[in-house]
Design a protein around this ligand. Structure first.
Ligand code: SF4
Length: 458
């Protein structure tokens, strides 16, 4: 099957703090509710239970997974819901129970205990697994049972579902690896972005893909703006203060006197902090390719618009298409899920996407773009996921700022070469996959190792 994943699926507009632990479970719960309705059994359901396994069980509380499940069961969608409606949806149930309107219409009574966190149970399909049951009059036999996997970036897979090939067959320029992608560019004399665009147009049409990309960028821009303007302390109990507004104010002061300093790198950091602080507060965020790593693509895109002469909206479309093409390679041949591959799969992937995409809009050749993405990922190999208190705050927020700088450095370094280099992007993606397999489970979004056990929670 071709590696191609549409930018419109990859960059999905959702809510924080996690694509795999918030957006994915919300979509899975909603899909389950719809199945109950489609199968004609919704009206007989008196109760729904949900078991969150593996990483979903380990860090689900900090990531708002139970709230997301209840909101999804109630029919809410990550892309257009009010984040305030999701926050606290599970907490409000209490032990006495409260009404949940499954699929938005059928009332059942649920308690907090109807959701169970089972971190020690790991299903073979994926570390992020959840099983939902719909119960009727007979307590011994559920009316319906489904298992879903939240496989990273908000994508879900239902146990037993076949992988659909039909969509892939519609792509005129299919590729599985970076080598194949480069060969397509050479064979047709086109850019990497052109390959991605041809595949997108075949599925969405020219107007559809342009409108979709513009909507994605608009959502990213709103997120940056909101993050730069919103003061306060992030939820969750760690007492982490939002830093983006303060950094913004200081940089605006520096910029008033243009001789003070070059602020481009600091703005880059501010953009990333803004997005990840929005994400940590459960706000509206675009997965890129995940929520935990959502700051890097918008930050580098804003850096491009603000500091690169001649940058424009058409460049941002090319930037997003190139980034999505790189993400497709990682998703197909390794993973974009922190629970599967550690943070190298999230922040490392986002950094590679941004580096290659920036290189593209700075005029890089396909081989230079491939080189930039490779440099960015190579220096994230082995990066673990160990969020303190299971919250997507420490180290995640700063990590996005630093990775944004790495992406810019990787793009600029690659532009100094001719694209010839020793380690290929395919090799580094495969190395990331193997490193993820070798990584101990405690470093893969369980909060059982690393910073998560060495930082004292107040
Ligand atoms: S440490 Fe990395 S992979 Fe883990 S939650 Fe934070 S950003 Fe995501």
């Amino acid at each position: 099957m071709t590696a191609f994943v549409s930018a419109l699926d990859l960059f999905s507009i959702g809510i924080g703090p996690s694509s795999s632990h918030t957006v994915g479970p919300m979509r899975a719960a909603r899909a389950f509710a719809e199945r109950l309705a489609d199968d004609g059994i919704l009206d007989r359901v008196t109760r729904v239970t949900c078991s969150l396994y593996g990483s979903l069980g380990a860090t689900g509380l900090g990531h708002g997974t139970p709230d997301a499940v209840i909101a999804g069961l109630a029919g809410l969608r990550p892309d257009d819901c009010d984040p305030d409606e999701v926050r606290g949806a599970w907490t409000r149930l209490s032990d006495d129970g409260a009404e949940v309107r499954v699929a938005g219409r059928h009332a059942v009574t649920m308690t907090q205990g109807d959701l169970s966190l089972e971190p020690r149970t790991r299903l073979p399909g994926h570390p992020n697994a959840m099983t939902l049951h719909g119960w009727g009059a007979d307590d011994a036999l559920p009316l319906a049972e489904e298992t879903y996997y939240s496989v990273g970036g908000g994508f879900i897979r239902r146990e037993g579902d076949a992988v659909h090939e039909s969509e892939a067959l519609r792509h005129p320029l299919p590729y599985d690896t970076a080598d194949e992608l480069l060969a397509l560019c050479e064979e047709h004399g086109v850019s990497l972005c052109d390959v991605a665009r041809s595949n997108e147009v075949a599925v969405h049409g020219a107007e559809g893909i342009d409108a979709g990309l513009d909507a994605i960028w608009a959502a990213m821009a709103v997120c940056v703006e909101r993050g730069l303007a919103t003061e306060g302390t992030l939820p969750g109990g760690l007492g982490v203060k939002r830093r983006a507004p303060e950094v913004r104010r200081r940089l605006e002061e520096y910029d008033r006197d243009e001789h003070v300093r070059d602020t481009s790198t600091e703005w880059l950091h501010a953009f990333a902090l803004a997005v990840n602080e929005e994400n940590a507060s459960g706000g509206r965020v675009v997965t890129a390719p995940t929520n935990g790593a959502a700051g890097i693509i918008p930050a580098v895109g804003h850096y491009y618009l603000r500091f690169v002469p001649g940058a424009d909206a058409a460049g941002i479309r090319r930037y997003l298409l190139t980034a999505a093409a790189i993400a497709s390679l990682v998703k197909k041949n390794a993973s974009i899920s922190g629970a599967e591959g550690g943070c190298q799969a999230e922040v490392g992937s986002a950094c590679a996407m941004a580096a290659g995409a920036l290189c593209a809009v700075l005029g890089g050749t396909p081989r230079q773009i491939e080189n930039a993405a490779e440099i960015a990922m190579e220096h994230h190999l082995g990066l673990t996921c160990d969020p303190v208190a299971g919250l997507v705050q420490v180290p995640c927020i700063e990590r996005n700022a630093i990775a944004s700088s790495t992406a810019v450095s990787a793009a600029r370094l690659a532009l100094h070469g001719d694209g010839t280099h020793l380690v290929s992007l395919d090799t580094v993606i495969e190395t990331m996959r193997q490193t993820g397999l070798d990584m101990m489970t405690k470093y893969k979004e369980t909060s059982e190792g690393g910073l998560a056990v060495n930082v004292i929670e107040c």
